[in-house]
Design a protein around this ligand. Sequence first.
Ligand SMILES: *Cc1c(COP(=O)(O)O)cnc(C)c1O
Length: 367
Amino acid sequence: MKFNKVLKNLSTYEAGKPIELVVREYGINPKEVVKLASNENPYGTSPKVVTKIKSLVKNMYLYPDDSMFELKEALASKFELNSKNVIIGSGSDQILEFAIHAKCKKGSKVLMAKTTFAMYEIYAKQVDAQIVKTKSSQHNLKEFSKLYKKHGADIIFLCIPNNPLGECLDKDEVYEFLKTIDKNTLVVVDGAYQEYASFKDEKKKICPKELINTFPNAIYLGTFSKAYALGGMRVGYGFAQEEIISTFYKIRAPFNITTLSLAAAIEALKDEEFVQACIEKNFIEMKKYEEYCQNRGFEFIPSYTNFITILLKNFISKEVSQKLLEKGMIIRDLTGYGLNAIRVTIGTEEQNIKLFTLLDEVLEELK
Ligand SMILES: *Cc1c(COP(=O)(O)O)cnc(C)c1O
């Protein structure tokens, strides 16, 4: 069968391997498998959210509230915006897709960092847009500016902090950059890990309200999948001026968020204490990774997220990841991004101790 030819050279997004796969392929007891591959909150979903979800499961014959009134109000109130400035997606991923479809067609230009969230490129390629990337792996706004002057752009993606590397631009430099961008260029500020970054360093904190009021061509994206511990519910959100939001609404299919997901997200927003406690533990545990790297002579990228990228010297990251997988430890190999590095989600204390032990074993075996 003939398909749209843009799909020929398009590779599918490689998600973190699920625990079930490791159980099936390597015969490991599911209780022994640890997944530190998709930057989920390792402390699990807040108990209050779980209770809420359980109380609702009886009523699944009805379609969800397509206006998403309550969740939009809750988000608008938390971020001091109007609900007209809010759109909800099946993960913020879906809003990335809306952005591409709203702005791009064949030959449109999309500007991004060399090593960043893979879906930017995948969605852009689906519409045959032209991808322009910086030479540097990490975000370098001087290079962004140069490329923007040379090629222009229909969309610019800024991942703040960046996945899969963990670095984070300062708010001030982002603003300086945005001042130079044409009003017709949509700038997507992907804040999937903003809760972590702003906890670690105030200079990294981007206030969505200030952002979209200062730069009406910007959209801010957030997600419930990471700090809010709801990866399984698929809820993300976008904040922008009404003109952008109402345009995205033309692309959205009805009922794109399930009843349970909406309720879970609303409940999760109420349990801010839980989220803050998880973020605090994240950075206590991250120190242990930094110490581990220093002791083993590995470089790492200082991280403003809930994962850490470790550059492996004298070992091949693909082999290290495979050996860890066979021992029931799922992490991310970054070979596909052109790096000899691994990305590890910061787990619970127990999970991290296991990672260090298994990684030492693997390094010994591969020596
Ligand atoms: C996880 C992630 C997302 C989206 O996650 P959803 O689960 O689709 O909300 C978006 N951007 C980055 C950089 C991410 O790491």
